[in-house]
Design a protein around this ligand. Structure first.
Ligand code: ZN
Ligand code: ZN
Length: 331
């Protein structure tokens, strides 16, 4: 048996929908690793799952998709027993659909979502596909590695989708878990970073991490941006980012869910070959490339640690934007 946070029925997080209880430990099977969970990051997507903005796919679920774990069973020659691995949102792909065959596995027609279509890491143990577990650099400890596994990898993919080149002017709209990791990569690439965020403490954090300019949600960066990435689940923020772009610039939307997309003036905001692109999931090469950079630059996310018993509180804090950096569950 093991301790786990179980979602029986999605509901507003204020009603404490996750119940910490004892459930059977998952059984090992070929092609899978049984991990002892050492840490699991908390992502805004978990909140969307727990509150039902993303429809339930299973009758009962253990969420959590930024898992740092130690291999207990299922070791392979490539990943020997005791190896510390990370697991992210994409827990597997079919390998057969046209997208997988074209190297676009992030768009796979039949993906497995860790902590959504299968049980995740808000538990003492987790069963994961061995080909979707990434060995972690020794320079990253368990608690600090966890937020890199979704927030970090998807933030990194957002930079790729936005087409960021070294030295460019890049806007980050919203400054939560993902943005505060993306800025480290951008600074390593010599980019000037312009951050707009509604939270005063988020703005202070952005300044301390090397932002060239920091403003409130409605403030306009003082220069035209080459690229912008939006992190807030708000269509108004996307339009605001679009209004800050030079001709030919790109807005990449790093959000799995937006409240709504408002009407906007095409002639003024999109014409001039500006682009809006969404960022969907991640590939294994995004994960490996990002973890390599993170290890090299000694990335150290700002974290707030919660116990497994405090999982509802952790999600409430994410909902209320009360966390600077990332929330992490330590089982
Ligand atoms: Zn596929
Ligand atoms: Zn996530």
């Amino acid at each position: 048996m093991m301790k786990a946070a179980v979602l029986a029925k999605p509901a507003d997080i204020a009603s404490l929908p996750l119940r910490v209880t004892t459930v059977p430990k998952p059984a090992a099977k070929p092609g899978y690793l049984l991990l002892r969970v050492r840490a699991c990051g908390v992502c805004r997507t978990d909140l969307h799952i727990v509150e039902g903005e993303l429809p339930a796919l299973t009758s009962s679920l253990i969420p959590g998709h930024q898992i740092v774990g130690e291999i207990v069973e299922g070791a392979t020659p490539e990943i020997p027993a005791g190896t510390r691995v990370g697991v992210s949102w994409i827990g597997g792909v079919d390998g057969e659909c046209p997208y997988c065959k074209a190297g676009l596995e992030n768009l796979c027609d039949a993906p497995t979502f860790t902590g959504y279509s299968v049980n995740g890491g808000y538990a003492e143990y987790a069963l994961v596909r061995s080909d979707f577990a990434f060995p972690l650099p020794d320079s990253l400890d368990d608690l600090h590695a966890a937020p890199l596994l979704c927030a970090g990898i998807i933030g990194f993919r957002s930079l790729r989708v936005a087409g960021v080149e070294p030295g460019e002017r890049v806007g980050l709209f919203g400054f939560g878990a993902s943005a505060h990791l993306a800025i480290a990569v951008l600074r390593a690439w010599g980019c000037d970073v312009y951050v707009s965020s509604r939270g005063a403490s988020h703005r202070e954090l952005a300044s301390s991490l090397g932002a060239t300019w920091v403003g409130k949600e409605q403030d306009r960066p003082p220069v035209l941006l080459d690229r912008a990435i939006t992190f807030a689940p708000s269509g108004d923020v996307v339009v605001s980012a679009l209004g800050s772009l030079r001709k030919g610039g790109v807005v990449a939307i790093n959000a799995i869910h937006l409240d709504r997309m408002p009407e906007f003036d095409y002639d003024r905001l999109l014409w001039g070959e500006r682009q809006i692109r969404s960022v969907t999931n991640m590939t294994r090469s995004d994960a490996r490339d990002f973890l390599e950079i993170a290890g090299k630059i000694g990335m150290r996310p700002k974290i707030t640690v919660f116990s497994l018993d405090q999982v509802n509180e952790a999600l409430m804090a994410v909902k209320g934007d009360r966390i600077d950096g990332a929330a992490v569950i330590s089982p």
